[in-house]
Design a protein around this ligand. Structure first.
Ligand code: ZN
Length: 198
């Protein structure tokens, strides 16, 4: 964990931004508190389902999605009300899968997909790369999309309540307006963030 906190700190110093790093640091501190607590049922299982934690783990092979609570997506990586459920991480191939609940008026911060990704928009509307009126794409549920390696998403916006599922191969490189990296968010970073928030 310390190694990754250090990595974020360096990246953030490079970009001259502190807000995001503090968010991730807080996440790390929260996680340590969780580890210290380390007793009682997981929040994911607070409905009292007699399923072992491993059975609903993001490193396992099955998630009962309606038994996992939505968690706010890390601050600094989005604007507005975006919540997520991390569904899987694959350290062996650097892949991760999540579902996002994006309320009307929300958006993701500017990022580049270091590897390709596939999504399924299950509800609502998603304007990618500015949407179809600005040369990008507008997905309307039910819609499937493929985002190529190195796809840059300056604006990913939701003008109605929306939801999409996505698998990412490799990290997202969140950048500022000058192209400096703010945060490199791969399977390990989402895993850490999820453990801190879930
Ligand atoms: Zn994107």
């Amino acid at each position: 964990m310390l190694e990754y906190v250090g990595q974020f700190y360096r990246l953030t110093r490079m970009a001259g931004r502190t807000t995001l790093a503090m968010g991730w640091l807080r996440a790390g501190i929260a996680r340590k508190r969780l580890v210290k607590a380390a007793v009682g049922p997981s929040r994911n299982l607070k409905r009292g389902i007699s399923m072992s934690e491993a059975a609903n783990s993001v490193t396992g092979d099955y998630i009962q999605m309606d038994q996992v609570d939505w968690v706010p997506f890390p601050e600094g990586l989005c604007k507005g009300d975006i919540k997520w459920k991390l569904l899987h991480v694959s350290p062996e191939q650097g892949a991760w899968t999540a579902i996002f609940d994006c309320k009307a008026g929300s958006s993701f911060a500017k990022h580049i997909h270091m590897g390709p990704g596939e999504y399924f928009l299950t509800k609502g509307r998603m304007h990618v790369r500015g949407g179809s009126v600005e040369g990008g794409a507008t997905a309307v549920a039910p819609g499937y999309g493929y985002e190529a390696c190195n796809a840059q998403h300056d604006h990913t916006e939701f003008d109605v309540d929306s939801e999409f599922y996505m698998t990412f191969l490799g990290p997202l490189n969140f950048i500022d307006d000058d192209g400096n990296t703010i945060a490199l968010v791969g399977w390990r970073q989402v895993y850490e963030a999820w453990n801190a928030g879930a």
